[in-house]
Design a protein around this ligand. Structure first.
Ligand code: OSB
Ligand code: MG
Length: 369
């Protein structure tokens, strides 16, 4: 049992080393929230709200999430006593969606719970792996040479697979060039919903590139169209934006909308839901990998912990902190060596938050107690 005595919400702005371009836009300045929950025993749990300043990937955005947390979610947990983070499911259920906001505070409470119990977050979740394999997600580049240089760098660093972002007009040609230079590398693409079934010929053409998968070719909500597409192409379809809940995953699997799921903790509403979907996917024989949201160190460590669950059998997007940041807000930083990240052995998320670095990047802060 633990009681939440105090919550600090930090609004953090951090500039990434390089801009990151997808079919929905370009982002370099990350604007996200860090949630710090403190128990009556003085133990601290950390969570990250992985939203962006604009709702381009998902409907939530950072200042909206701040209000959701301030007005609705924080009052539900402050001064309350919990025996397990799963208790939050019932408490949050009346409020629809807002999964990134819910996940931020739920993740902090999972970290706190693990620390109270003398466990790593991985152990608390039932993780079985001591290390996780990771790939890297590369943005769209105007210039093909820039993309090829990025790929070369990441292949040399030993990442287990390369994911490249695509959109109509930046697809078949680009893939021909990439495969000419790298005929053998484990390669996949992510369209972030940029296509429709009208593009089926282009999507069929991608079968020639021996891709591990094509991630989210069609819109979120288009489970039936994804099922139609999967019947027409060899390349496995992987769902990202389509999966916001256990029910989404169950229906996608039943319809045959894809063969692989990209699990993002926040998109599905937190670790409890992520674990529940994981367990269903074991039964359904659907492999998982852990997606990324250009996280700071806290969210990154949550990803490492969840990826230590057994059915995360494919390399995820949790690259080294240094791929994104000049200096991350944790000590030590997350490091992928030859595409392998060691699961930290410290309690909870396992590493310390670099308070000085957090403070330096904090543009707004509110204490609830
Ligand atoms: O679609 O997986 C995605 C980043 C932001 C929003 C959506 C996505 C991504 C990435 C980058 O692909 C993953 C990462 O490196 O964190
Ligand atoms: Mg994606």
């Amino acid at each position: 049992m633990f009681t939440i005595d105090k919550i600090t919400m930090h609004h953090v702005n951090m500039r990434m080393k390089n801009p990151f371009t997808t079919s929905f836009g370009t982002e370099q300045d990350r604007s996200f929230l860090v949630l710090e929950v403190e128990s009556d025993q003085g133990i601290i749990g950390w969570g990250e709200c992985v939203s962006s300043s604009r709702p381009l990937y998902i409907e939530e955005f950072t200042t909206g999430a701040w209000h959701m947390l301030e007005e609705h979610l924080i009052p539900l947990v402050l001064k309350q006593t919990f025996s397990h983070p799963d208790d939050l499911q019932e408490i949050f259920a009346p409020f629809k969606r807002n999964h990134l906001a819910k996940s931020a505070i739920e993740g902090a409470i999972w970290d706190l719970y693990a620390k109270v119990n003398g466990q790593t977050l991985s152990e608390a979740l039932g993780g079985t792996k001591q290390e996780v394999e990771v790939g890297v997600s590369l943005g769209i580049e105007d210039n093909l040479q820039d993309l090829l240089r990025n790929i070369e760098e990441k292949v040399d660093e030993g990442y287990k697979r390369i994911k490249i972002k695509i959109k109509p007009g930046k697809d078949i040609d680009v893939l021909h060039h990439v495969r000419d230079h790298y005929p053998e590398i484990p390669l996949m693409v992510d369209a972030n919903s940029a296509y429709t079934l009208d593009d089926i010929d282009t999507l069929k053409e991608m079968d020639q590139f021996d891709l591990m998968m094509i991630e989210q070719p069609l819109m979120a909500g288009d489970l039936i169209d994804h099922a139609t597409l999967q019947k027409e192409i060899e390349t496995p379809v992987c769902l990202d934006e389509s999966i916001h809940s256990y029910e989404d995953a169950r229906q996608a699997i039943a319809l045959g909308s894809g063969k692989i799921i990209n699990m993002k903790i926040a998109r599905v509403g937190g670790l409890t839901q992520a674990k529940k979907i994981h367990d269903m996917c074991v039964e359904a024989n659907i492999p998982l990998w852990c997606g990324g949201m250009l996280e700071g160190g806290i969210g990154r460590l949550h990803n490492v912990a969840v990826a230590s669950l057994a059915n995360f059998t494919l390399p995820g997007d949790t690259a080294s902190s240094s791929r994104y940041w000049i200096k991350d807000i944790i000590n030590p930083e997350v490091v992928a060596e030859n595409g392998v990240v060691k699961v930290p052995e410290g309690l909870g998320i396992g590493y310390d938050v670099d308070r000085e670095e957090l403070e330096k990047n904090t543009v707004n802060k509110k204490i609830f107690n």
